[in-house]
Design a protein around this ligand. Structure first.
Ligand code: ADP
Ligand code: MG
Length: 399
């Protein structure tokens, strides 16, 4: 892939706009998992050492184009300063005269974080004027958010029209690692897809069937498949609009001889009981599935022991609320052991997935952890990611 090389550029005193992904899961005002923050250390260190003036831009949550103080990036400053061991200043808006003014005052090696891009509806619309307003803040643009590069948003795509644009150190590392692992993976290749972002993930399963031999599903995605098979799921999370898509995927999987593995039992809440295990054959109407049960853990373990490569996105249950982390933890430990024994090459990614693996104390035992969830699944599908394509199109210019 012919990408421009940031390391060849003189960055002294340059105002460098860096698109990062600071959309980290939070709990009680603290970052629940800091993987996305620590993975940016090499980039931040490099830019500081080179004497750049660093302007960080990111989204956080889904404010849907409106200012929402609960989704202010300001709350991340203590975590960033602690992880990076540097002072980080803050700008209350990501565009406009106030942002311009504080950026003018930045000195070589200073780092500033600007407010949530998604407070502006134009960001998700890939709006040119908004991209231009962002671009006027800097001398060059660096995309270090592999995990957001599947979205053609203004700060990822349109901005590259207005500034010399480069992949960051993390982006380069992710592309290299995923290419090595996924261009010719050892077969059988198993994908574990779970979590709560049902529509986006379910949609990409179709293309994923071209690549994988085995599809292990859980969370809201599995529930949608179970529902489409007329299996009762009580009051559990599922996506009614995707029932037909789930049926189509089952048909394609059957034709391609890809095995879809669904949970066979669940733990969850039932009436006044908070933690109940039941088989999925006959779930009562008031049962809410919150994790896979022990039978499913055994089934998934058996299936994983037959694989040579596994890609994993999405926690298998509501891991934030113990004991509903048990299923995810048991499977994470299995994958970690198989990896350690040299039987499996394992890649996992996604905001909550990384948090769940940290919770399971397994995050160091996988072959590779990607900061990306959706983006890495799309990469695996073989899709061209708009954020990366935009960098290839933009040949480096001297600045
Ligand atoms: P990622 O960020 O790793 O890509 P998602 O954002 O799709 O993953 O989903 C993560 C969320 O899915 C977690 O917060 C977890 O609580 C939730 N989840 C997993 N299983 C269930 C379930 N059965 N019911 C409701 N939520 C679930
Ligand atoms: Mg998530």
């Amino acid at each position: 892939m012919n990408l421009p090389d940031l390391l060849q550029i003189n960055l002294k005193n340059k105002k460098v706009i860096v698109r990062v992904d600071l959309n980290v899961p939070m709990k009680d005002g603290e970052a629940l998992d800091t993987s996305r923050i620590t993975s940016l250390i090499p980039t931040i260190d490099y830019l500081c050492e080179q004497g750049a003036r660093i302007i960080l831009i990111s989204h956080f949550g889904r404010p849907e184009g409106k200012i929402n103080p609960e989704m202010s990036l300001k709350q991340l400053l203590p975590s960033l300063e602690k992880c990076w061991g540097r002072d980080v200043s803050f700008g209350d808006d990501c565009i406009g005269p106030q942002a311009q003014k504080i950026i003018q005052n930045l000195k070589s090696g200073d780092v500033i974080l600007l407010e949530n891009l998604r407070f502006h509806p134009e960001e998700e619309k890939n709006d040119s004027q908004f991209a231009q307003a962002l671009a006027t803040l800097g001398d060059l643009y660096v995309n270090d958010g592999f995990s957001v590069s599947h979205r053609a948003h203004a700060s990822v795509d349109a901005i590259t029209q207005y500034l010399p644009s480069y992949p960051g150190l993390l982006m380069t590392k992710e592309i290299k690692a995923l290419s090595q692992a996924l261009n010719a993976p050892q077969k059988p290749l198993a994908a574990i897809v779970a979590g709560s972002k049902i529509s986006t993930k379910l949609d990409l399963l179709k293309n994923l069937l071209e690549k994988v031999d085995l599809l292990i599903l859980s969370g809201g995605i599995a529930n949608t498949f179970l529902k489409s098979r007329n299996i009762a799921i009580g009051t559990s999370l599922y996506e009614p609009a995707m029932l037909e898509t789930a049926k189509e995927i089952e048909k394609i999987a059957h034709d391609k001889q890809v095995e879809i593995i669904l949970p066979i039992d669940a733990t969850g809440s039932h009436e006044t009981q908070n933690f109940v295990t039941m088989p999925l054959s006959n779930l009562p109407d008031s049962f809410k599935i919150l994790d896979i049960g022990p039978e499913t853990v055994s089934l998934f373990k058996t299936k994983l022991s037959q694989a040579r490569t596994v890609v994993w996105n999405g926690p298998l249950g509501v891991f934030e609320v113990p004991p509903f982390d048990q299923g995810t933890t048991a499977i994470a430990q299995t994958v970690a052991e198989l990896t350690h024994d040299g039987k499996l090459f394992s890649i996992a990614g996604g905001g909550e997935t990384l948090a769940a693996l940290t919770n399971a104390k397994c995050s160091k035992k996988f072959s590779y952890l990607s900061t990306a969830g959706g983006a890495f699944l799309e990469w695996l599908e073989g899709k061209k990611l708009p954020g990366i394509m935009a960098l290839i199109k933009n040949k480096p210019q001297t600045c």
